[in-house]
Design a protein around this ligand. Structure first.
Ligand SMILES: NC(=O)c1ccc[n+]([C@@H]2O[C@H](COP(=O)([O-])OP(=O)(O)OC[C@H]3O[C@@H](n4cnc5c(N)ncnc54)[C@H](OP(=O)(O)O)[C@@H]3O)[C@@H](O)[C@H]2O)c1
Length: 226
């Protein structure tokens, strides 16, 4: 259980990444609302997660708009395709919130995965541009949904890199990372570095395919208290 807990909404909470992070956040004692374009779909996803969670850590399913408006922290766990419209539509609901983006704009062709060019630089920067009254932080780009939904207590061998321009919001997200790895997230710098972090996931997916694994990132050379 983390010392400070948050209420966290997950936009696109019916997908593997949203569910995986929701599962980890709920296990750590945060109050979690899965969002969806269909509240019924979100409730079904919540029911499935709740079968793995104690009753006092149960997650709820709702609409994306409610998941955005009733929580202090909101995770965008939606595909890049449709991102602009979705985020713009939630602008008022997300005002004043810490918004985490784990969105990776990736393409796939016969040579494998690759990072798509993004006119705003990155998905996280696009979100920041569309949400002038929110505090956007990039994180969780490199954590596999399969690992998140697995049985390991923590993903102890992995680091989560966190980027953002609002130091306090970034600090909150670094603390939330404890739910996933068991230790604080790595401050990876300014939000614009999402331009490097998001497409790096294409490399991990390529490694996964070659080695039949679910790879993640670990940063050496850091001294961190757990
Ligand atoms: N999967 C991973 O291992 C992984 C790892 C790191 C980062 N990520 C990133 O996390 C994000 C989510 O990944 P995912 O694999 O969970 O994605 P996904 O399954 O393709 O989509 C997640 C949810 O988004 C909603 N959605 C789909 N298309 C949409 C659209 N056009 N507009 C609005 N909502 C839409 C759907 O929920 P409803 O239909 O219920 O609304 C869907 O269940 C992606 O940006 C991905 O790059 C994924």
């Amino acid at each position: 259980m983390q010392s400070q807990t948050y209420s966290i909404g997950v936009i696109g909470g019916t997908g593997p990444q949203g569910k995986g992070l929701a599962y980890r956040f709920a296990r750590a004692g945060h109050r979690v609302f899965l969002g969806s374009r269909s509240p019924e779909r979100a409730q079904e996803a919540a029911q499935k997660l709740n079968a793995r969670l104690p009753a006092d850590q149960a997650v709820s399913g709702t609409s994306n708009a409610t998941a955005a408006s009733v929580n202090e922290v909101v995770l965008l766990a939606v595909p890049w395709n449709g991102h602009t419209e979705l985020v713009a539509d939630l602008r008022d609901h997300l005002a004043g919130k810490i918004v985490i983006s784990c969105v990776n704009p990736l393409g796939f062709d016969k040579r494998g995965p690759y990072g798509l060019p993004v006119s705003d630089g990155s998905a996280a920067e696009q979100a920041a541009g569309l949400l002038p009254d929110s505090r956007v932080v990039g994180a969780f780009h490199h954590v596999s949904a399969v690992s998140l939904l697995g049985d390991a207590e923590y993903l102890k061998d992995e680091d989560v890199l966190v980027c953002g321009d609002d130091a306090a919001a970034k600090g909150v997200v670094q603390e939330l990372v404890r739910a996933v790895t068991g230790r604080i997230g790595v401050d990876a710098g300014a939000l614009r570095l999402a331009r490097q972090l998001e497409p790096l996931t294409a490399v991990l997916i390529s490694i996964n395919k070659k080695y039949k694994t679910h790879s993640g990132l670990a940063v050496t050379g850091l001294t961190r208290s757990h």
